[in-house]
Design a protein around this ligand. Sequence first.
Ligand code: 5AD
Ligand code: SF4
Length: 366
Amino acid sequence: MNTKTITEILTQEHFSHNDLVTLLSAKGNDIKQIFDKAAEVKQQYIGNKVYLRGLVEYSNKCRKNCLYCGIRAGNNNVSRYTVTDDEVIQAAKYIKELGYGSMVLQSGELMTRNFVDDIERLLIAINKETDYRLGITLSLGEQSEDTYRRWFDAGAQRYLLRIESSTPELYYKLHPNDDTHSYQTRLEAIQTLQKVGYQTGSGVMIGLPFQTLDHLADDLLFLQNIDVDMVGMGPYIEHSDTPLYEYKKLLPSKEERLELSLKMVAILRIMMKDINIAATTALQTIQPDAREKAILVGANIIMPNVTPQSFREQYFLYQNKTVVKDDAFTYHEQLEKNIQAIGCEIGYNAHGNSLHYKNKKNNKMN
Ligand code: 5AD
Ligand code: SF4
């Protein structure tokens, strides 16, 4: 039991597990206090700029069978695609034209030699065709150290690899308990990415079946302890073609998952003042303006989808995922208006690198 009030906790430098559970259980005006504090920290440390990363969902082929994911290998209702090199390069050029400083290349997890070679070749081509102006983030799952190094040397600077849940027991309720889905391997992959030199991002899903506030408090401490530079975390959204769907009845309502996700973003911003935090697409699936809400309470990154239209409906990680039918420019104009309407500004033509990463590097040199 924590006898401290939210006001008392928010004045502290560090939060204990119990403090975090109290913050995560906040209701009504107490939530507002947390959100206000997060907005203040954000303004002070990173300002009101929102950086955009054009997201290309490169392939939905995956060797894994995560129990929550719509494109898991075992789902035969998905037709599998890989975007061609030309299309990726077109997308990259378009991202640059729109003034987005960065792109994200995401796909299911493949470890074949061909896949590793293809990505390496693509990275070199993208950089060349965009005059080395784009920041490139990869989100391509667990790979060997050698692969991570090759892709880093080919010009990727950032890598996202979510831990999904930092509690091994819950992790194995979300993944088959076998060598392909080892918690330990995933954790080590995150550490390898940091060692290789990437700006490294991780994150978790929020509002999962079997998940408690204790788990989420531990997730926040985990992200702080491993000292990530970037975080992407959002609500879990059920998918009927997955084994986890069976536990749908255990889920908090979508509104509760949204509120919990916003609390997680806000609390993390207070804990990790200079990292990049994404306002995720899963948030938007629950409520059209939820990403803007996340920006107001601490997030500073949005990843607009620039996957060629014809593939978008095949990348359903979860049900009702927002499939934007607008062309990228119409979508962009609306997004710019929405961002301005909440008093923020788009950081055009800038990489929007993690300040945390820079600060860590500077501290090491001093
Ligand atoms: N609901 C929410 N997020 C999901 N992801 C995969 N499936 C789901 C789902 N059903 C997230 C995972 C993964 C990222 C690419 O998408 O966190 O790391
Ligand atoms: Fe594959 Fe990623 Fe989905 Fe797991 S979450 S099944 S690794 S695409």
